[in-house]
Design a binder for this molecule. Structure first.
Ligand code: NAD
Length: 377
């Protein structure tokens, strides 16, 4: 096999500071016989300089256009800008997140990539199996997001998280509720605990209780269990929503900070914290709605904005992983390296979806042919 060229574009989505490959993985790829070309400044947002990439064995190209024209394999955080697709080398392989890009015209993107006989792998379609964990970008980025959400909540809160015993008296610990105890939620619980808060958790999956308790939360056992396929939650019926509302309302009113992380695959995020719940909270309470840009778990939340309602501060952060760009890029980069390794193991030609369940689940375009209905939810 001739030496393949991996190209790393500079991310162009607004406020995106991550980069898909960091110098450590560049070095490992070069050691494995690949060439790597990196767009000038691609790592700047995450504090990796062009010189760092060069020292790792990469060549620096002046622009994303030059990277795309040089590369056979293009790992990225977000889909490429549409005009770049016309410059792809024939048979190029693209790896990036798919659902992250809300404004993408998915059909046009795939049609344009197909004209170059390209393959597209959606990294956020990786199955949530034990075997796939080491290349799961959703998990790695959710871990960063869960950590940062708690820091955002702590920063906004007029309380302190730990219990403090001082000469002036004792301050009780903040009461923090994490709604949704998946990957982001578990990291949020652990982080809030480390800051000294009294942490509560709520979820509708049975397994979530043991997970949440293992990282230090007191679990608010839901009156409704609603498990869907593949270990995920399912959407609730109206009757179930009513039961949950009755159950949660009293708890919510007691909290100083709430972090919401709930998602149901393929659907807008479920609305859990309702207007009347917020109106029953104490002024100065904070809600960080991690689902603000996918439908919102919380009434009044708006992506990218902080809204104050009746003294309750409701934050709708967008792209939290990008706010810890070094950590998030390092983890993303390891996921990409592992994905490339898997592709190489599955097929020397680097893209044979039928050979492997992970490649099969993620491949949405294979050498110019749509593989299956893709999800853009
Ligand atoms: P997710 O992002 O889809 O959802 C976040 C959490 O919200 C989930 O825990 C879900 O149960 C919860 N939720 C949904 N609707 C809710 C509602 N109405 N009320 C309260 N909570 C609600 O989930 P995720 O973080 O991707 O994880 C989902 C599952 O997949 C977990 O069991 C996790 O351990 C598992 N997982 C496995 C792997 C792996 O093995 N590779 C990787 C990641 C996640």
């Amino acid at each position: 096999m001739t030496s393949r060229i991996v190209g790393v574009p500079k991310e162009t989505a607004p406020h995106e500071r991550r980069v898909a490959l960091v110098p450590d993985e560049v070095q490992r790829l070069v050691k494995n016989g690949l060439q790597v070309v990196v767009a000038a400044g691609a790592g700047n947002g995450a504090y990796f300089s062009d010189a760092d990439y060069e020292a790792a064995g990469a060549r620096i190209a002046p622009s994303n256009e030059a990277v795309v024209e040089a590369a056979d394999i293009l790992p990225a955080v977000h889909p490429l800008e549409m005009p770049l697709l016309d410059r792809l080398n024939e048979g190029a392989v693209l790896l990036h997140m798919w659902r992250s890009e809300q404004t993408l015209d998915a059909d046009a993107y795939l049609e344009r990539a197909a004209r170059r006989q390209a393959s597209v792998y959606a990294l956020d379609h990786i199955p949530r199996t034990t075997r796939a964990q080491f290349l799961d970008v959703l998990s790695s980025q959710a871990t960063v997001a869960g950590y940062k959400a708690v820091l955002v909540g702590a920063e906004q809160s007029p309380h302190l998280f730990p219990m403090l015993t001082t000469a002036a008296g004792t301050i009780r610990p903040a009461r923090v509720l994490v709604i949704g105890a998946g990957v982001a939620g578990l990291q949020a619980i652990a982080t809030a605990r480390r800051l000294g808060a009294q942490v509560f958790a709520y979820d509708i999956r049975r397994a979530a209780q043991a997970d949440a308790e293992s990282v230090g939360a007191r679990f608010l056992a839901s009156p409704v269990i609603a498990e869907g396929e593949g270990g995920y939650a399912r959407a609730l019926t109206d009757d179930e929503k009513q039961q949950v509302h009755q159950f949660l309302k009293g708890h919510v009113a007691q909290m100083d900070v709430i972090i919401t992380t709930a998602q149901v695959p393929g659907r807008p995020a479920p609305r859990i914290v309702t207007e009347d719940m917020i109106e029953a909270m104490k002024p100065g309470s904070v809600i960080v709605d991690m689902a603000a840009d996918s439908g919102g778990n919380c009434a009044f939340s708006e992506p990218g904005r902080t809204v104050v309602h009746g003294g309750v501060i409701i934050v709708g952060p967008v792209n939290l992983p990008s706010s810890a760009p070094i950590a998030a890029s390092r983890l993303f980069s390891k996921n990409i390296f592992n994905f490339l390794d898997l592709m190489k193991a599955a097929d020397e030609a680097l893209a044979a979806p039928a050979d492997d369940e992970i490649l099969e689940a993620t491949c949405i375009l294979y050498r110019g042919k749509p593989v299956k209905e893709y999800s853009h939810a």
